[in-house]
Design a protein around this ligand. Sequence first.
Ligand code: GUN
Length: 299
Amino acid sequence: MQLLDGKLLSDEILSELKTEVDNIRQKNGKIPHLAAVLVGEDGASITYVNSKVKNCEKVGFKSSLIKKDATITEEELLEIIQKLNQDTDIDGFIVQLPLPKHISEKVITDAISPDKDVDGFHPFNVGKLALGLDTYVSATPNGVMEMLKRYKIQTEGKNCVVLGRSNIVGSPMSMLMSKSSRSEVISKNGYSADATVTVCHSKTKNLQEITSKADILIVAIGQQEFVTADMVKEGAIVVDVGLHRLIDETKKSGYRLVGDVKFDEVAPKTSYITPVPGGVGLMTICSLLMNTLKASKNK
Ligand code: GUN
């Protein structure tokens, strides 16, 4: 068993991005600028957004954090988005999800200009991905593709099972893995794809029968330690997208982090597996920064 080490790769990618920004600065070029909008006080969202801003600083990007109370109206948030769409210094921006119940995430996502949509959530960008065109790909699936690429994992003709069909992870993940290596989104990024993909979800029957045939199992089901050893084929590659906090009095922090996979019992059966933490999560932030650099270059 070998770890797919997100920390190692993200350090490598952040260092590459920093070198690129240093080159841009030397040539008096435009420094990439990411803005993030955070609404309300959701603990996980605050942690994610702070980490995005911190990593912008690490690589030398400009960043702007716009914090608003949970009482903001949809109209007021739309006005902020219009300003960000028009701001020529901002290359890309994100509105952290989830939003308070009185604001429609669809209305907000649709209002973001597709060429500044570095989250890759706008229907225009999702549509481009469906057609195999190069676009801003949602950060988590893009991070997984980058991870498989950098570990030189061959995916062609492999049975890939994706657990989960969310718009942010499962669905774009399954699209990417099933694309032809000749499609723009795969070839331009040097990814390996061409897998035979099965998507499983809450209504899937015989789940264990399907997952245990997977050469590559990508788990984004949002349930802690859901995948157990009996669900995994000997020698499989397992990618765990989940992240959950479990109360643990023995830890100084009072909690420990686990994924959607029961790591201790699954890991010995695998050829490669992502740890949690230290796996996919770190790649996600790198993807967002790579999309922001791309947005800056596209201008
Ligand atoms: N909430 C959870 N993941 C994400 C993400 O990748 N982008 C945004 N905007 N919100 C999220």
